[in-house]
Write a protein that binds this ligand. Structure first.
Ligand SMILES: Cc1cc2nc3c(=O)[nH]c(=O)nc-3n(C[C@H](O)[C@H](O)[C@H](O)COP(=O)(O)OP(=O)(O)OC[C@H]3O[C@@H](n4cnc5c(N)ncnc54)[C@H](O)[C@@H]3O)c2cc1C
Length: 398
């Protein structure tokens, strides 16, 4: 169990200013001062930046890719709890999402059960277009989003952060939020904890694949996807078929989609054409990291390890806690509360039950067990809890 003090680390300092004082030649044009600097223009970073800008802060986002929707590593499924709890999602254009009504869960021997919960559904999304829309929406709220801009370092100087950017301005910020994903550069630069336990996932996008529609098809198989599952769904404009597995040191090349496609060909066929795109990436699965904040800086989303250790879903928590982080930083900058680094991070999910389930799955995953127990009421209940579990609570008092 984390305590607030173990989540918080004291401050790094520097005696050399990375941002040069304005000269007559530069006339100060190369220095930009903001209340909040967010690193990473994805779910966590954009939700945070938008919330802070709506609360009146000057906010800049640095994103290393030239488009937020490029080279994505996510399937992009958004759970109903997120749609219910993140008001921003009510503004998403309907063309970017479609409803998935339930889950068809296959045992290793391909017997299946259908799981539904009354009134529950998931969103499949056009994730690249959704992220580009989120950038536009954040900009419309006043956020200065700088695409194609790599964050490398930040130094604490005279009560503020100084962030030099290659071929760009030197940024002075009151607060920094690292929302830069599983291998966070902000965490490294600020001496915060970094993710070490991962699942690795790969997914192909097909046009013309065939499967029973409106369902998320999930395949349990200890050989093909140790520690996780394979999946297939009709998404928005494309079908997505993928799998993920636990990563050990020698497993980098061990994830292959072809054996899964062969195994599931009786229920999912990708069609004759090759995939139109591939998404792949690492998913932190060790839970929230021990040290996710220091004075005037905090991590959120995958950078903080904020991914469900069981479902590997991180978009809901990234959006929800990103938005709340933006609001908390705004209240701090306005002088209403103390530094969120000391109190806000206590609201991060602990995933206690899910971490226990991950431990059990890692140690005792058994194809025999799933083949024999999948249809039982107990196993169905467990699966429904994992897929449809509701979570989330109010902000802690500072
Ligand atoms: C194969 C796969 C499938 C998944 N499917 C789902 C799913 O269906 N549903 C779900 O809920 N979760 C899913 N996840 C997890 C989900 O994608 C993540 O939890 C979520 O994207 C986290 O959002 P984030 O904003 O914290 O970080 P990220 O989405 O990782 O974004 C980090 C951003 O920071 C940028 N960045 C990184 N370093 C720098 C730097 N130095 N300077 C500037 N910018 C930088 C990156 O380019 C990126 O845009 C999946 C993950 C994988 C790998």
């Amino acid at each position: 169990m984390h305590t607030s003090s173990s989540l918080f680390s004291p401050l790094p300092t520097s005696s050399t200013a990375p941002c040069p004082a304005p000269t007559a030649a530069s006339s100060g044009l190369q220095n930009i001062k903001v209340d909040l600097l967010v690193v990473g223009a994805s779910f966590a970073g954009l939700a945070c930046a938008r919330a802070a800008a709506l609360a009146g802060l000057s906010v800049m986002v640095l994103e290393k890719k030239t488009s937020a929707g490029a080279k994505l590593h996510t399937t992009g499924i958004i759970v109903k709890d997120a749609v219910d709890s993140v008001p921003w999602l009510a503004e998403v254009p309907p063309a970017l999402v479609r409803r998935i009504e339930g889950v068809r869960l296959y045992a290793p021997n391909m017997r299946h059960v259908d799981l539904h919960a009354p009134g529950y559904w998931f969103w499949a999304t056009d994730a690249p277009a959704l992220l580009d829309w989120m950038v536009d929406s954040a900009r419309a709220s006043g956020v200065d989003v700088r695409l194609g801009t790599l964050f490398e370092q930040a130094l604490w100087m005279d009560g503020r952060w100084e962030v030099p950017v290659m071929h760009g301005p030197c940024i002075t910020a009151t607060y920094i939020v690292g929302a830069d994903g599983p291998h966070s550069r902000v965490a490294k630069a600020l001496g915060l904890s970094r993710n070490t336990r991962f699942l690795y996932g790969v997914e192909h996008e097909y046009q013309g694949a065939r499967m029973a529609p409106d369902l998320l098809h999930c395949f349990i198989d200890r050989k093909l996807a140790p520690g996780y599952i394979g999946w297939a769904l009709d998404g928005v404009g494309v079908s997505q078929i993928g799998l993920a597995r636990r990563m050990g040191q020698d497993d980098a090349n061990a994830l292959r989609l072809a054996p899964l496609l062969k195994k599931i060909e009786s229920v999912v066929t990708p069609g004759d054409a090759p995939p139109v795109a591939v998404r792949a990436g690492m998913i932190p699965c060790g839970g929230v990291l021990p040290v996710v904040a220091r004075e005037r800086a905090l991590l959120v989303g995958d950078a903080a390890g904020m991914v469900s250790p069981v479902t590997a879903g991180g978009i809901h928590t990234a959006l929800q806690h990103g938005e709340r982080a933006g609001e908390a930083v705004a209240r701090f900058v306005r002088g209403e509360v103390g530094d969120p680094a000391t109190w806000f991070v206590r609201s991060y999910p602990r995933f206690l039950l899910k971490r226990s389930l991950r431990w059990a799955f890692d140690h005792f995953q058994s194809d025999w067990m799933f083949n024999h127990l999948l249809g039982t009421p107990q196993m169905r209940r467990m699966a429904e809890l994992i897929y449809f579990h509701r979570k989330g609570g109010p902000l802690p008092k500072n």
